[in-house]
Design a protein around this ligand. Sequence first.
Ligand SMILES: [Mg+2]
Length: 384
Amino acid sequence: MTNQNVVVADAKSGINMTITVAAVSGSSLFPTTAQKPPAVPGTYITISNKKLLQNLDINTSTRINTWVDSMRASSPTHVKSSVNDQSSWMVQHPSALDMFEQITNASKGKQIVMFLDYDGTLSPIVEDPDRAFMSEAMRATVRKLARYFPTAIVSGRCRDKVYSFVRLAELYYAGSHGMDIKGPSKGSKYKKGTEAVLFQPASEFLPMIDEVYKALLEVTKSTPGALVENNKFCISVHFRCVDEKKWIELAKQVGSVLEGYPNLRLTQGRKVLEIRPTIKWDKGKALEFLLQSLGYANCTDVFPVYIGDDRTDEDAFKVLRERNQGFGILVSKTPKETSASYSLQEPSEVMAFLRRLVDWKKLSLRRQFRLRKRLEEIKMSLPN
Ligand SMILES: [Mg+2]
């Protein structure tokens, strides 16, 4: 008899519980590859194989439906709201453009640090995720932004992929939901020391992720439009081009593969299911790591601004609320439950906000320069 670790995921609450299952040798519940998973934190209890299988059967269809319902709720075309809902939501999460002055006033005397999600924030959501290009105007805006503020791109995508879209070497990049972090390769005055920042907290999961990617490619072949993307430390199964009548079927296919990998968990996004290691690491942790890398770990004079459109960005919004520093901006045209303080409707508004931020900073630097020059002149004119 051997023990196997199993993580039971509750998609609704987001809680994963790791349980140790007593299994008879040679009648393994999971494929060989899942038998030696990296250790994960959790609560350990022992239950029988039979009982576990019964529970899994009962929970499977509920779980699959919950995944799809949650994904629908995150997808803008499915969010219906009345005019009243919209206006009361806008009172709680006003436009960051309308509140620009209040925002910049709150940042006075503090170093603004910018965190930007990519898909749906800097680029529009498109049918083919490989063609989610950002406009030249947006690239130029982000380039200017990075001149004035330390700037990081935080994405669920593989770091190399998101870099191939953004193509700005002076930024920090946190790919795979923050599990693959790299500092600027050149041209940033915010780069600390000579050592390049590189952090990959889930590197031991790489072989497992590759294996699951291949299994998902195979199992989803029969669903037209299904697209599986390997994001290095996580996997995205895109539903964007799948007939909605087939969503449950595709979610079931994903679930069938995941049952063999207890150390991976699933989250839902905009027309996407994402699979990643169960380690306690997310975009919020990545934000904290980057602030620390920049030397702002315990500073009160830092003002982080995080802009994102997805459920996975909520972890970062929550961190900002808990730290009581800076603020989050949710990119959404419709009311959504969020920990962000402000909202912007779409990437074009994000660009307008970033441009205003650059112009405001330029102006305040010019004012400071003029003031310093004037003071110098006064000093020089005083008799010795
Ligand atoms: Mg996004």
